[in-house]
Design a protein around this ligand. Structure first.
Ligand code: PGA
Length: 253
C-alpha cells in the first residue's frame, strides 16, 4: 500500500507572515486521511518556525536541499544532521534547478542522497529530462543515469525510506504538464529499473510526478497506476490550490 504523498516545494518564496498564513490555511482545510500525506518544504530559515507550527499535525516538514558533508568548514551549507535536528522528515535532492543552476552532478546528488539516508532523513530524489533530451528520444537514458548514480552509491535498500520525483524539466513552472500517459510511461520505467535490483522495494517505493501539477490536472495524473502523488511548486504557494491537489489524491485513495 503505497498511498499518496503531496509535497509542496516552496522554492525561494515566502516570508514569516506569508508562511504563517499559508500553513494556517492548509491545516484548517486538511483532514488527516490514511491514504494521503501532505508535506511542505520551505526555505531553510523558516524550518524552525514551521517545525513548531506543524508539530503534532498531519503535515510533514522537509527541506529543499542538503549538504553531502556531515559538518565542518563548508560556509553556507546545511548538514543532514541539522535538518534532522530541526524535525525535518524529508529532504529534496537533485531538483533540476539545482542540477542546472548550481551545477549539481548526478555524483553529487548521490552523495547528498546517501548522506541524507545516513542521518535518518527521507530523501526525495528528483530525476527528469530536458525538452531537448526528450526530443532526441533520450528520456530513459537520462533517467537511468540519474537513478543509477544513486542506486550504485546508496543501494536499493535506501529506497525503503526514499521517494522519487519524476519531473520533466520542460514541465517545471511552464504550465506545460506531461500527459498522464507520458508520465505513467516514465514512472513505470523507473519502477522497473528499481525492480531489477529488488522487486519488493520497487513495488513499495512512492514515485511522485512534478511539473505544473494543478487542481484540474492532478486527478488525471494520480489515477495512473505508478503515480503516487506530486511534487508541487507554484500551486503549493496558495492553500486553495495545494488543497485541491490533495483532495484529488484523497478522492482516489
Ligand atoms: P511547478 O514546480 O509545479 O511550479 O512546475 C514543480 C517543481 O519544480 O518541483
Amino acid at each position: 500500500m503505497r498511498g499518496y504523498l503531496i509535497a509542496g516545494n516552496w522554492k525561494m518564496n515566502g516570508s514569516k507572515a506569508a508562511n504563517a498564513k499559508l500553513t494556517r490555511e492548509i491545516l484548517a482545510g486538511w483532514a488527516d486521511t490514511a491514504s494521503v500525506r501532505l508535506l511542505v518544504c520551505p526555505p531553510y530559515p523558516y524550518l524552525g518556525i514551521l517545525a513548531e507550527t506543524l508539530s503534532g499535525t498531519p503535515v510533514a516538514l522537509g527541506a529543499q536541499n542538503v549538504s553531502q558533508h556531515a559538518s565542518g568548514a563548508y560556509t553556507g551549507e546545511v548538514s543532514p544532521g541539522m535538518l534532522k535536528d530541526m524535525a525535518c522528515e524529508f529532504v529534496i535532492v537533485g531538483h533540476s534547478e539545482r542540477r542546472a543552476l548550481m551545477g549539481e552532478s548526478s555524483d553529487i546528488v548521490a552523495e547528498k542522497f546517501a548522506a541524507a539516508i545516513s542521518a535518518g532523513l527521507r530523501p526525495i530524489l528528483c530525476v527528469g529530462e530536458t525538452l531537448e533530451e526528450r526530443e532526441q528520444d533520450r528520456t530513459e537514458a537520462v533517467i537511468d543515469e540519474q537513478l543509477d548514480a544513486v542506486l550504485d552509491r546508496a543501494g536499493i535498500e535506501a529506497f525503503d525510506s526514499a521517494v522519487i520525483a519524476y519531473e520533466p524539466v520542460w514541465a517545471i513552472g511552464t504550465g506545460r504538464t506531461a500527459s498522464p500517459q507520458q508520465a505513467q510511461d516514465v514512472h513505470r520505467h523507473i519502477r522497473s529499473r528499481l525492480a531489477a535490483r529488488n522487486a519488493e522495494i520497487a513495488e513499495a517505493t512512492q514515485i511522485l510526478y512534478g511539473g505544473s501539477v494543478k487542481g484540474d490536472n492532478a486527478a488525471g495524473l494520480f489515477t495512473m497506476p505508478d503515480i503516487d502523488g506530486g511534487l508541487i511548486g507554484g500551486a503549493s504557494l496558495k492553500a486553495g490550490d495545494f488543497l485541491a491537489i490533495a483532495a484529488a489524491a484523497a478522492s482516489l485513495g
